[in-house]
Design a protein around this ligand. Structure first.
Ligand code: KG4
Ligand code: ZN
Length: 377
C-alpha cells in the first residue's frame, strides 16, 4: 500500500512546513521553516525578517496579544518562504509535482491570512498539475499522525494535545468523528511553561519548556504549595492562567530578578529558582493527570474498546510529563503513545498523512482550475 503520495502544506501558525508522505507510512521528506523569535538569529530560510512577535503561541494567542498587526506580518513571513519550503520538500523526496497523487493543506483552525498562503500554494500546484486537493483540520492532523507511527493504533482512541497554543482532550471515534472531552478555558500549558521560564530568567534562545524541565531536576517540587487548577470543576477542561499568576507572585515574593540570568546568579538564588520550576511543573502536570484520568473514565463508558491515549504537541516531549501520564494511562488499563518530537510540533508530515487517510476514504476535492486569480481564495 505505497501507491498514494501526498504533499502536505501547513501555514496555520508560526511555522511554514511541507512534507511528502507515502501511503505505506514512508516519510519521503519534511521541511519546516520556523518564524519563532528565538530562532531568528540562527534561522536559515526565515532569517532576517522582523522577529517581533512570535513567542511560539498559537494563532488565537497571537491575535489576542498583538491585535491586527501580527497576522499581516505572519502572512508576509509565510509568503516569503512558502515556495522555497515546498520546493525543498519535493527535491528532498526526489520528486516533481507530477509524481504526486494529491495535495493536502491545512484549512483551519488558524489565522485566515496565514492559512491562505498555504491554501493558495496548494491550489496553484493542484490546478497546475491536475491533482485532487484535500483540506485538513490542523487538530485532526495532530491526533492522526500517531497512526503513521503506530500501525496498530485503531479507532476509537483518545488524544491529549498540549503545546503553546493547544490544550485539548479528544475522543477519536472514527475518521472525521471526534468528540471534544476538554479544552483550556484560558491558557495552554506550554504558555505557562514559557512565562515561568521568562520570569525565572532562563535562557530563552530556545523555548521555555525544555529550560524549565532541566532546572526542575535541581529543585524540590514540594517546596512551594501551588494549588491545583479547577479542583472544584468535575469536568475535563483545563486552566493555566491562575497557576501562572501563582508562580508570578511566588517569584516576586522571593525577590527573584529575571534580569539577572540564571547562569550569573548565586547558588542560593539558583536553588530558589529551581524550587519554583519544580513546584510549578509538578502542579501543571498534576492538572493534566487529573483531567486525563477523568476523561479516560468518561471515554471508556462511550467506547469500551479504547486502548490508547495519544499525547502530542510540544509539551509532549517533556520526560516528566510522559512518565506521569504513562502512570495514569497504565493504571486505567490503556497504553500511552507519543509521536517523536518533530512530529509532535507543527509539521507538514501530519498534514500529508491525514490527507492520505482522507484520500483513501474518497474524501477529497477535484483539481481546481489551472488558472485562477491569485486572490481567489
Ligand atoms: O507544538 P509547539 O512546537 O508549538 C505550538 O505551540 O503550536 O509547542 C511549543 C510549546 C512551547 O510552549 C514550549 O515551551 C513547549 O511546547 N515545550 C515544552 C518542552 N518542549 C517544548 N514544554 C515543556 N517541556 C518541554 N520539554
Ligand atoms: Zn499545532
Amino acid at each position: 500500500d505505497g501507491d498514494v503520495v501526498v504533499l502536505g502544506i501547513e501555514t496555520s501558525c508560526d511555522d511554514t512546513a511541507a512534507a511528502v508522505v507515502r501511503s505505506d507510512g514512508e516519510i519521503l521528506s519534511q521541511v519546516v521553516s520556523s518564524q519563532c523569535i528565538f530562532n531568528v538569529a540562527s534561522a536559515g530560510l526565515s532569517g532576517g525578517w522582523m522577529g517581533v512577535f512570535f513567542e511560539c503561541a498559537n494563532a488565537i494567542h497571537l491575535l489576542a496579544k498583538y491585535g491586527g498587526v501580527a497576522p499581516k506580518m505572519a502572512e508576509e513571513a509565510h509568503s516569503q518562504v512558502i515556495d522555497q519550503v515546498v520546493q525543498e520538500a519535493l527535491d528532498k523526496a526526489y520528486m516533481t509535482e507530477k509524481d504526486l497523487t494529491a495535495v493536502a493543506v491545512t484549512i483551519g483552525p488558524g489565522l485566515s491570512l496565514c492559512l491562505r498562503v498555504g491554501v493558495q500554494k496548494a491550489r496553484r500546484i493542484a490546478g497546475g498539475f491536475n491533482l485532487p486537493i484535500i483540506g485538513i483540520h490542523h487538530m485532526e492532523a495532530h491526533a492522526l499522525v500517531a497512526r503513521l507511527i503506530e500501525k496498530d493504533l485503531r479507532f476509537p482512541f483518545m488524544a491529549l494535545l498540549i503545546s503553546g497554543g493547544h490544550n485539548l482532550l479528544i475522543l477519536a471515534r472514527d475518521l472525521g468523528q471526534y468528540i471534544q472531552l476538554g479544552t483550556t478555558i484560558d491558557d495552554a500549558i506550554g504558555e505557562a511553561y514559557d512565562k515561568t521560564a521568562k520570569w525565572l530568567g532562563l535562557d530563552l534562545r530556545r523555548s521555555g519548556g525544555p529550560a524549565i524541565e532541566k532546572l526542575a531536576m535541581e529543585g524540590n517540587a514540594e517546596s512551594i504549595k501551588f494549588s491545583i487548577p479547577m479542583k472544584q470543576h468535575k469536568d475535563c477542561n483545563f486552566s493555566y492562567a491562575g497557576l501562572k499568576t501563582q508562580v508570578r507572585l511566588a517569584i516576586e515574593s522571593k525577590k527573584i530578578d529575571a534580569k539577572i540570568p540564571i547562569s550569573l546568579t548565586s547558588k542560593e538564588d539558583r536553588l530558589s529558582r529551581a524550587d519554583i520550576a519544580a513546584s510549578f511543573q509538578r502542579i501543571a502536570v498534576l492538572h493534566l493527570e487529573e483531567r486525563c484520568e477523568r476523561a479516560i473514565q468518561w471515554a471508556l463508558k462511550m467506547e469500551p474498546s479504547i486502548r490508547h491515549l495519544v499525547v502530542s504537541g510540544g509539551v509532549a516531549s517533556n520526560q516528566f510529563v510522559r512518565a506521569r501520564l504513562d502512570m495514569v494511562v497504565k493504571k486505567n488499563g490503556l497504553q500511552l503513545l507519543c509521536p517523536p518530537p518533530q512530529l509532535c510540533t507543527d509539521n507538514g508530515v501530519m498534514i500529508a498523512w491525514t490527507g492520505i487517510e482522507h484520500f483513501r476514504m474518497g474524501r477529497y476535492d477535484p483539481p481546481p482550475p489551472a488558472e485562477e486569480p491569485e486572490d481567489f481564495v
